[in-house]
Design a protein around this ligand. Structure first.
Ligand SMILES: Nc1ncnc2c1ncn2[C@@H]1O[C@H](COP(=O)(O)OP(=O)(O)OP(=O)(O)O)[C@@H](O)[C@H]1O
Length: 354
């Protein structure tokens, strides 16, 4: 009668280890092979034990060789390094992973996208200041800079540290002015040009949404790139966006583009929360005269025409630009101009949006 694997295992249980266990229960016996009366197996031990296990190997080989029905026994000792933790995978720009549509982000109560039809109208400035103003009012606020082609939130929020990824999978966002923030700008070298094609870009956005440990947030504000491109569509398709805010200057051309952006949000069924008019008026610091460099009231009129809430207006002020450039949004200071952002933040809370 030929010998069985079970019999060999039972016999090997007699080989004790210093900690009182045996080589079978310690899961060191691999690849038992029986060919006629010839028996072999691999004794796999932790690297730290290494050569010190040679007497154990020899004892196992002798034990097997003495079994009835065994003509020859061979035990091979191998020592394996425990696999090291994978290096942090902070590389961004992979392709999109398949995902069910309209996934909420765990722990995040509301997601609000801030967009504009036209570039340079102050959407990022509004996003950072609104985030800071809401945080100062006790809300737990996240800010995601999804302006992939020109991420400006690191500069505006005054952060430059590369986010950590202790497990190589999740990304720990940074904290600035009471806001939890993340930007693609933090994942790239400064001055690095981003010339990603659509799918890579969308993969990066998906990573920002799903791999970042946002924690418990009352609201995540997403600073979108200008226009109505892939990022906006992907965002609407892949995440449950609760609403969109459009920033525009009062100028006709900016408003035309803002309307296009609104149409796009409508098409992807993202509710419009309202419009903000930026660079609405200019007070001459010398004589106090109020000028309307880009016109005035255009966004308010547009909002009324479209039946949308008008969320507020922000003046054109040198201090706003200087504060943004210095990494401390003006809403984080006691400047009188901060009040314009606080009013908008309060309006969102009063309206029950947040
Ligand atoms: N109300 C304001 N008063 C003065 N300067 C402002 C105001 N709003 C924005 N700015 C300045 O205008 C410039 C463009 O603003 P911002 O980067 O916020 O615009 P954006 O719409 O996000 O631009 P982009 O299209 O590049 O994403 C910045 O230098 C900013 O500091």
């Amino acid at each position: 009668m030929s010998i069985t694997t079970q019999q060999i295992q039972d016999e090997l249980k007699r080989i004790q280890l210093p900690d009182g266990s045996d080589i079978v229960s310690a899961d060191m016996v691999r690849a038992i092979t029986i060919t006629g009366g010839q028996v072999s197996f691999v004794l796999e031990v932790p690297a730290a034990l290494g050569a010190r296990m040679e007497p154990v190997r020899a004892a196992a080989e002798k034990l097997l060789a003495e079994m009835d029905g065994v003509s020859k026994a061979r035990v091979i000792l191998t020592a394996h390094e425990a696999p090291k933790a994978p290096p942090p995978n902070l590389k961004v720009g992979g392709h999109m992973k398949p995902q069910d549509d309209n996934q909420p982000i765990a722990g995040v109560s509301k997601i609000i996208a801030i967009g504009s039809g036209k570039g340079g109208v102050g959407k990022s400035t509004v996003s950072s200041n609104l985030a800071v103003a809401l945080a100062a009012m006790g809300k737990r606020v996240g800010l995601l800079d999804a302006d992939i082609h020109g991420p400006s939130q690191p500069r505006m929020m005054g952060v430059s540290k590369r986010p950590a990824s202790p497990d190589g999978k999740t990304i720990i966002p940074l904290q600035a002015h009471g806001v939890t923030m993340m930007s693609l700008g933090l994942m790239m070298q400064e001055d690095e040009a981003v010339i990603w094609r659509g799918p890579m870009l969308m993969g990066a956005l998906q990573q920002m949404l799903n791999q970042v440990e946002w924690g418990e947030l009352d609201v995540l504000l997403i600073d979108l790139p200008p226009g109505t491109g892939d990022v906006q569509l992907t965002l609407a398709q892949k995440t449950k966006v609760d609403g969109a805010i459009i920033v525009s200057t009062p100028q006709d051309v900016a408003l035309l583009d803002a309307r296009k952006a609104m149409n796009m949000f409508e098409r992807v069924k993202t509710p419009m929360l309202g419009m903000i008019e930026n660079m609405s008026s200019y007070h001459c610091p010398k004589c106090g005269h109020e000028a309307h460099i880009f016109g005035h009231g255009g966004a308010r009129d547009d909002a009324a025409r479209l039946g949308l809430p008008f969320l507020g207006e922000i003046p054109l002020e040198l201090d706003i630009r200087v504060a943004g450039d210095s990494g401390t949004p003006i809403a984080a200071t006691d400047s009188a101009v901060a009040g314009a952002y606080q009013e908008i933040a309060q309006g969102l809370i009063t309206a029950g949006v947040l």
